[in-house]
Design a protein around this ligand. Structure first.
Ligand code: PMP
Length: 452
């Protein structure tokens, strides 16, 4: 099956053997591994990656969606240089002006984020969001959706990719631990909801209303399965009625569905939002924001709080939500974020229309070839789902698609110079021009009509 791929990538194979002597599985994040071995890259430029055997690829993984301006965008390089020259340092370790400037720009696009805090990753942002929800509501359970990913810590490593046979009925999914090392009791603090099934969600939430601090979700699951409009509206209403906070994890959808993220498309105001990926332009960042009265739980204690508790309700450190981080609001990364926003303000529409063009082209090719499939996605991400199903609503539907055929196609595409990790989504960047779209569709045509 993979002979062409293996013929073209002998150095990747050799380096991965070596890597296994240094890192478990040869990788530094489990998701970066695949069989027979992952491609080892050495250079990026615009829409392209070059591997250690000098094969060139059009990159549709874009570092799991982060690189919305492609690789090595000159404006980002310039922003870093200018920032370093102006500031004369990499890190202040104190408040600085760009934190506020960026914050105001975020608030313009995400008006629900009345106050914000910076973190160093999406994982840290969702972790803080959960603590915020616990602190504000004084309830200590989270409801999350089956198949939704929120980062790599114990509270959310539940039912991300559960074996369906063990996961209970589709309208009352069981909480299943996702990783070794997550304490089994973690399932007791996590309520699992079925995506795009409002009646079932309403039942579960009502039953657990007094324990659930927040519902956290990816408004577009894994960046490609959209929450249906009625479902999203209903979820906002139910959570509000039941005194449960609504957290939109927009680490993946933020700046990618549109600059204002999924919430601007749905016209829904979540109570808390998390952002990351795109706004870092390839550097680590996370942002959390939400309603002022919720976010203020993290405001540090001041002398006047202690003096007059009647106004703040805070008398000691335990009344304040702890949030810290040496690198939070990193000035270099925020200057990159400003450059990212400048470019997206000009070029977002172009990326969205190129994505539609590619989706449509791929759909046509599969249809002509007689393979039932869908290109599912919103904004600048989509996935190729090979299935007879008319609608793919959630994790359970996705499990019924033809992964093995998709994988076969993906390896042929790798040999053709189209890069995404097998079975992964396609993300586009401002660097993906007409030439790249045309080449990609030609490669799909060769694979579908000549190689299979
Ligand atoms: N939430 C979502 C929706 C994500 O897609 C991701 C990353 N894939 C995260 C959280 C975690 O972000 P990070 O990898 O920056 O920690």
């Amino acid at each position: 099956l993979n002979t062409e791929f293996e013929k073209k990538t002998p150095t990747s194979k050799r380096l991965m053997e070596d890597a296994k002597k240094v890192m478990p599985g040869g990788v530094t994040a489990n998701i970066k591994s695949f069989d027979p071995y992952p491609v080892v890259m050495k250079k990026g430029s615009g829409a392209y990656l070059t591997d250690v055997d000098d094969n060139q690829y059009i990159d549709y993984l874009l570092s799991y969606g982060s690189l919305m301006l492609g690789h090595g965008h000159p404006n980002i390089i310039q922003a870093i240089q200018e920032q370093l020259e102006n500031n004369g340092t990499f890190l202040f370790g104190t408040p600085h002006a760009l934190e506020v400037e960026m914050g105001k720009r975020i608030q313009k696009y995400y008006p629900s984020m009345e106050m914000i805090r910076y973190t160093n990753s999406g994982t840290e942002a969702t972790l803080l969001a959960i603590r915020m929800a616990y602190a504000y509501t004084e309830k200590y359970k989270i409801a999350k959706f089956e198949g939704h990913y929120h980062g790599g810590y114990n509270q959310v490593l539940i039912s991300v990719n559960p074996p369906v046979a063990e996961a209970g009925s589709s309208d009352a999914p069981k909480a299943i631990v996702e990783s070794k090392g997550v304490e089994p009791s973690q399932v007791e603090n996590t309520i699992i909801l079925p995506f795009n099934n409002l009646d079932a969600c309403a039942d579960i939430l009502k039953k657990n209303q007094h324990e659930i601090a927040a519902v956290m979700l990816e408004p577009v699951q894994a960046g490609f399965i959209p929450g249906e409009e009625e479902f999203m509206k209903g979820l906002r209403e139910i959570t509000e009625d039941l005194g449960i906070l609504l957290i939109f994890d927009e680490v993946k959808t933020g700046f990618r569905m549109g600059i204002g993220g999924a919430q601007s498309l749905y016209h829904i105001k979540p109570d808390i939002t998390t952002l990351g990926k795109v706004i870092g332009g390839g550097f680590p960042i996370g942002i959390i924001g939400g309603k002022k009265e919720i976010m203020m739980v993290s405001a540090p204690l001041t002398a006047s709080d202690v003096f007059d508790q009647s106004t703040s309700g805070k008398s000691s450190a335990k009344d304040v939500l702890f949030h810290s981080g040496t690198y939070n609001g990193h000035p270099t990364i925020l200057s990159v974020g400003m450059a990212v926003l400048d470019v997206l303000e000009q070029e977002m529409d172009q990326v969205l229309s190129r994505t539609e063009q590619l989706k449509e082209g791929i759909l046509q090719l599969f249809a002509t070839r007689g393979i039932s499939m869908q290109t599912i996605g919103v904004g600048s991400i989509f996935n190729i789902v090979i299935t007879e199903k008319k609608h793919v609503h959630n994790y359970r539907d996705l499990q019924q698609c033809n992964f093995s055929l998709r994988k076969e196609i993906d390896f042929h595409l790798l040999a053709e110079g189209i890069y995404t990790k097998p079975l992964n989504r396609y993300s586009l960047s401002t660097a993906h021009g007409q030439k790249e779209i045309d080449y990609t569709l030609e490669a799909f045509e060769r694979v579908l009509f000549k190689k299979m």
